[in-house]
Design a protein around this ligand. Structure first.
Ligand code: GAR
Length: 210
C-alpha cells in the first residue's frame, strides 16, 4: 500500500478525486498527510472532512525555499509518507526536497507537456490558440514540469472557449488520469527508463481469458 503525502495550494479537487478513488477501493494507498502552504486552501477542508491528517506550513514564514522544503520534509517523514503527490501545489521545489523523495514524486500539470509549463498553463494555451489542450501526470525531476510522462489526456479547444472554459474541461480529465496513474503506481506497474515510462500489463491481462 502506498503511503502518500498530498501537497495542495488551492481547491484540492484533484485531492478529492484521489480520496474518492481510494475510498472506493480502486487504489491501494493511504493518505498519511495533506500538506498545504496556504491556510485558506480548500483542499485542507476536504481532507478534514475525510478525517485525514493535515498540516499547513506557510512558506512566507521562511527565509529561503530550502528552509521551507526542509520543514516540509520533516512533516512528511514524521507522518510516515514516502510517496509525494503534487496536486495543485504552486511552490517550486528545490533539490533538497526532490532528492529526499526521488523517484517517488508525481505531479499533475494542466497542459500537454512539454507545452505550457509554469503556473498559468490553461491561460497560456487559451491565449496561444491551440486546438488541443490537456493535462499530464508525470514523475518529477529537478527541472520544473519536465520529468517522464506517465499519462496524458487531450481535450478540444472550441470556438468561443476561454481560459476558464478550457480549464474546466481540462480539470475533468485531470480527475480521471491522476487516480489512474496512482493506481498503476500502487500496482507496481510503472518503470522508468530515461524519459520513458513503461506500463506493465495488469495481472488480469497476464492471466487472460480461458
Ligand atoms: C489543477 O488544474 C492542477 O493541474 C494545477 O492547479 C490546479 C489545481 O486544482 N496545477 C498547476 O498548475 C501546477 N503548475 P485543484 O486544487 O482543484 O486540484
Amino acid at each position: 500500500s502506498l503511503a502518500l503525502a498530498v501537497l495542495v495550494s488551492g481547491s484540492g479537487s484533484n485531492l478529492q478525486a484521489i480520496i474518492d478513488a481510494i475510498e472506493a477501493g480502486k487504489i491501494d494507498a493511504e493518505i498519511k498527510l495533506v500538506l498545504s502552504n496556504k491556510e485558506t486552501a480548500y483542499g485542507i477542508e476536504r481532507a478534514k472532512k475525510h478525517g485525514l491528517p493535515t498540516v499547513v506550513i506557510n512558506h512566507t514564514a521562511f527565509e529561503t525555499r530550502e528552509a521551507f522544503d526542509r520543514a516540509m520534509v520533516q512533516e512528511i517523514r514524521s507522518h510516515g509518507a514516502d510517496v509525494i503527490v503534487l496536486a495543485g501545489f504552486m511552490r517550486i521545489l528545490t533539490p533538497i526536497f526532490i532528492r529526499e523523495f526521488f523517484p517517488k514524486i508525481i505531479n499533475i500539470h494542466p497542459a500537454l507537456l512539454p507545452s505550457f509549463t509554469g503556473a498559468h498553463a490553461q491561460r497560456d494555451a487559451a491565449g496561444y490558440g491551440v486546438r488541443l489542450a490537456g493535462c499530464t501526470v508525470h514523475f518529477v525531476d529537478e527541472i520544473m514540469d519536465s520529468g517522464p510522462v506517465i499519462v496524458q489526456a487531450a481535450v478540444p479547444v472550441n470556438a468561443g472557449d476561454d481560459e476558464d472554459t478550457v480549464g474546466a474541461r481540462i480539470l475533468e480529465y485531470e480527475h480521471r488520469i491522476y487516480p489512474q496513474a496512482l493506481k498503476w503506481l500502487a500496482e507496481g506497474r510503472l518503470t522508468v527508463d530515461g524519459r520513458h515510462v513503461h506500463l506493465a500489463p495488469s495481472e488480469a491481462a497476464l492471466i487472460g481469458p480461458e
